[in-house]
Design a protein around this ligand. Structure first.
Ligand SMILES: Cc1cc2nc3c(=O)[nH]c(=O)nc-3n(C[C@H](O)[C@H](O)[C@H](O)COP(=O)(O)OP(=O)(O)OC[C@H]3O[C@@H](n4cnc5c(N)ncnc54)[C@H](O)[C@@H]3O)c2cc1C
Length: 390
């Protein structure tokens, strides 16, 4: 059975739904094909169930991409305030948690309901449980599914990245992109916990769940947030942020005393008989202070360290170098970095330069936001851009 539309959108996530709404509002006949039983599964679990749906401080610098300027145009044409206006119009209560991060007061489901209601009003058809078998283009696109063929002059790839396969993630966007000759930057897990090898993890044994403020650095990026020790390594916002910039074989560096510049942590106590670990416990969780001393500076009274030795201890505390063994992978990654090469796309319309009326949006594209609502803002903005033209 063949069904004809103006636009087929593959993927009923944040980007696909917003794009479908925009195209529908322009009078286009739009169908969204979603393999899950429900649309917006990632929205549902996002932000701990409250969906951090945007960030007021969104700017191009909050994103990782081989072309850092690509996202500027779309972000300028659909701003955080544009999304907030939609949220307010539907009467959804929200709050700023910190650093411009906006969350629902109630549930992420409210955002999904809003998008579904907007789809309804724009006469967008949504087909769930829809498995795509194959896809091709002659004069129009033809998407073959187990529910029949969908034929349309415009196709929008909005099927996301590889993160969290159990929520429906697939490599479809990359496969289709390659099928049409578009380059794909190798995807890798980002915003993901890092693992440590057994030798590093052992002295930290029993510390799982301990959280502490740090400045985390890797590959020129730095984030001041909290870190968390886990059974397998490190997590927490600072680590998730830095994981997107970390590359295998490189270290990450943690400043464990971000509020105590230079060697000042020991200045007033230099001649005292206090144990090093006791002094550090005033600034770090005690169990971490003990473990760190066991690893790097066997604790003794401060008056038994030379000035140089204390300066070296302080330097190490400000620059604790760790060599992650790896990441917890796509199963735990909040996003996928890499993806469809932005060089292949128009930054104005998201249309592929060499395949007329093929649009690529959202996480499938090589634009990856930092933690804090930026990834949804990119999904909305790129969806909005494509929705004006598809
Ligand atoms: C646990 C978690 C929490 C998060 N929290 C936040 C947050 O609070 N704020 C934030 O900004 N970002 C957050 N993110 C990231 C954010 O969810 C994504 O960046 C965003 O959802 C990407 O939108 P998208 O539409 O491009 O892709 P997705 O939301 O992944 O949507 C893609 C859709 O395509 C469907 N699909 C995939 N393959 C196929 C196929 N073969 N056939 C048909 N359909 C297919 C999928 O089922 C999915 O519904 C979080 C991510 C995770 C995993």
């Amino acid at each position: 059975m063949e069904q004809f539309f103006d636009v087929v959108v593959i993927g009923g996530g944040a980007a696909g739904l917003l794009c479908a709404i925009e195209a529908g509002r322009r009078g286009r006949r739009v169908v969204v094909l979603e393999r899950n039983a429900r649309v917006g599964e990632k929205i549902a679990i996002s932000g701990g169930g409250r969906c951090n749906f945007t960030n007021l401080h969104t700017r191009a610098e909050s994103f990782l991409s081989r072309n850092p300027d690509f996202c500027r145009s779309a972000l300028a044409r659909f701003t955080p305030q544009d999304f907030v206006s939609r949220v307010e119009r539907r009467g959804i209560a929200y709050h700023e948690k910190k650093l411009g991060q906006l969350f629902c007061d109630g549930s992420s489901r409210q955002i999904i309901e809003m998008l579904r209601a907007d789809c309804n009003e724009a006469r967008v058809e949504i087909r769930v449980g829809c498995e795509i078998v194959e896809l091709g283009k002659a004069s129009t696109f033809r998407v073959c599914t187990r529910d029949g063929d969908f034929v349309a002059p415009s196709l929008v790839l909005a099927s996301g990245g590889l993160s969290i396969p159990k929520l429906g993630a697939s490599d479809l966007a990359y496969r289709v992109a390659r099928q049409f000759g578009l380059a794909v930057i190798p995807p890798y897990p980002a915003l993901v916990p890092l693992t440590l090898d057994r030798a590093t993890l052992e002295p930290l044994g029993g510390l799982a769940g301990v959280s502490f403020p740090v400045v985390a650095r890797s590959d020129g990026a730095e984030f001041r947030e909290s870190a968390l020790i886990t059974h397998r390594g490190l997590s927490g916002p600072a680590i998730l942020q830095v994981s997107s910039y970390w590359r295998p074989g490189r270290p990450i560096r943690l400043d464990l005393l971000p509020d105590q510049p230079g060697p000042s942590v020991f200045e007033t106590k230099r001649g005292s008989a206090m144990e090093l670990s006791t002094v550090l416990s005033q600034h770090l969780p005690r169990r971490l202070a003990l473990a760190w001393c066991a690893l790097h500076a066997p604790s003794r009274p401060l008056n038994r360290y030379s000035v140089r030795e204390l300066a070296e201890v302080a330097r190490r505390l400000h620059d604790w170098q760790l060599d992650p063994a790896g990441t917890e992978g796509f199963a735990k990654a909040e996003v996928t970095a890499g993806g469809i090469d932005t060089d292949e796309l128009s930054s104005k319309t998201m249309e592929a330069k060499r395949v007329s009326r093929l649009y690529c949006i959202g996480e499938a594209v090589d634009v990856t936001g930092q933690l804090g609502g930026f990834n949804f803002q990119w999904a909305w903005a790129s969806g909005f851009a494509a929705g004006q033209y598809a």
